[in-house]
Design a protein around this ligand. Structure first.
Ligand SMILES: O=C(O)CCC(=O)C(=O)O
Ligand SMILES: [Fe+2]
Length: 257
């Protein structure tokens, strides 16, 4: 198993300090992220904030490290420390063991689940956002801190990796916003939260998420943060990256491991 490189964690804290608060972009899984700042973050490194930050713009400027929700989405290409970790031999070897022939990292995020304000991530399948034909997305999620029920660990719907990809988030033809599209009818009941199981794990643990697996995480109501690094791979051999995915390679081409 690829060991997490702790220098990447320190780098993410440095990035939060260094990156400008150009725009108070709030990350929410309740509303669609249709704005330009989000849509162009696929091939850049950008900061997103908790909903609470919207009401406290001054606080955000002085204490952004306490209200940052995530940094994304091309750390694995653009930041040298994240790049060397995300493209290490051990991650490539893991991807090959998982059955990838030409693994391509397409998205990376440091997800901060801050004490008291860290927001929920609603139930979803990762292939909804990173769709290939046929679907091939796999998420690698490292706990940077112990993840518990109290601080908002992942919850997964066992067996749902066998479900079809229910919805897709697509870019509108003008490229300026996104909409949800029902790709397949609902073949598993993902709405019953009591059927999900918590994945509590220690700092450094790696959780591998099949792109069709339904998962969510709750708001962090505790005083302990629950930060994570998440890297998504897709298959580059005999698959097609959907031209209407929100995340497009544009000038920064996708590069296999
Ligand atoms: O860390 C979380 O709470 C959610 C992460 C997630 O959905 C992902 O990495 O695919
Ligand atoms: Fe996810």
């Amino acid at each position: 198993m690829p060991q997490f490189s702790w220098s990447t964690f320190l780098t993410s804290l440095e990035l939060v300090k260094r990156l400008p608060v150009e725009k108070v972009s709030i990350f929410s899984t309740k509303e669609q992220q249709g704005d330009e700042y989000f849509l162009e973050s696929g091939r850049d490194i950008r900061l997103f904030f908790e909903e609470e930050a919207k009401c406290h713009p001054e606080y955000l400027k002085t204490h952004k490290e306490q209200v940052v929700n995530k940094i994304g989405h091309a750390l694995h290409d653009l930041d040298p420390v994240f790049r060397s970790f995300s493209r290490s031999d051990s991650i490539k070897s893991l991807a090959l063991q998982l059955g990838f022939q030409k693994p391509i990292p397409v998205q990376s995020m440091v997800i901060f689940k801050q004490p008291f304000v860290g927001g929920e991530v609603r139930p979803h399948q990762d292939s909804t956002f990173l769709y290939t034909s046929p679907p091939s997305c796999v998420g690698l999620w490292w706990a940077l801190q112990d993840a518990t029920i109290d601080n908002g660990c992942l919850w997964v719907l066992e067996g749902s990796h066998r479900c079809a990809v229910h919805k897709r988030m697509c870019r509108t033809p003008d490229g300026k916003s996104v909409y949800m599209y029902e790709e397949n009818s609902m073949d598993c009941n993902y709405t019953k939260l009591e059927n999900y199981k918590p994945i509590e794990c220690e700092a450094g643990s790696l959780v591998i998420l099949h792109g069709s697996l339904w998962h969510f995480s709750c708001k962090n109501k505790s005083s302990q943060s629950r930060h994570a690094y998440s890297l998504h791979l897709v298959e580059g051999k005999d698959t097609v990256w959907s031209p209407d995915n929100w995340l497009q390679p544009f000038k920064l081409r996708f590069e296999p491991l």
